[in-house]
Design a protein around this ligand. Sequence first.
Ligand code: AMP
Ligand code: FE
Ligand code: FE
Ligand code: ZN
Length: 270
Amino acid sequence: MIDLHSHTDHSDGTSSPAELVEMARAVGLSALAITDHDTVSGYDEAAPSARGLELIPGIEITCKHGRDNVHLLGYFLHGDPGAEFRDWLKQTHEHRKERNRRLVARLNELGVDIRLEDVEAMGRIMTGRPHFARLLVAKGYAANFEDAFRRYLGEHAPAFVERQGPGLEEAVERIRAAGGLSSLAHPVRVEHADEAAERAFFDQMADCGLSAVEAFHTDHSEADTRRYLEFADYYGFGVTGGSDFHGSNKSGALLGVPRVDEEWLRKLRG
Ligand code: AMP
Ligand code: FE
Ligand code: FE
Ligand code: ZN
């Protein structure tokens, strides 16, 4: 059993890398990919404590595709993504910082009394909306985490601020150039006008060299999973899957659920 999608407190998860590795052992995983948003530092910290567990360095990047944001996973099955890729990630940190400054300003306009330093103190390496959500709850501006997204931070909420990001095709290419495999994260969240538009999207992804699709995910129904397995088969994509575990920052996701067989990792390695 494997889990190829998880977050530590280096991004917006709530478990430290060492805690996550411990949990992975406890639930009986043989392989775990740490796929923090925009940073591999959680993996770096966890690597020495992995021992019997196969620990895979990964990444999750929020990409632009037309007017949509699409999440892309990257896996470095043969080890480190290297200096050039790590350097490229620094751009996304800049875009994040810029978004966070504007988000604080927007919240202040809406009468919310918070400062960027206080939000940054909620996280470690990168600061994301989940850290804003926790602070809004702590300061009594929202009843709970979900409420903070509903009232302020969600895509359709009044404080939502767009963040710059790489194009989807650029990110696929960056991951490939770093010796990694790219996988379309939770494809169910990518909206399409109709089935023909969805086909056209996957055609485009095949053309730009996408390696895999995340067929197994917490947000997928069994029917979704079957559909994405069929897409993978048709296009010759690999298959990945994982929980998208964020600790208490995503209540519905449990490490190791849904169950993903080791065989998929073997196939990815080819
Ligand atoms: P950011 O990358 O800083 O824009 O934050 C995005 C992260 O916020 C996602 O990866 C999720 O972990 C979380 N998130 C986004 N939308 C919601 C929502 N509506 N409810 C709960 N968490 C959310
Ligand atoms: Fe997240
Ligand atoms: Fe995601
Ligand atoms: Zn994720």
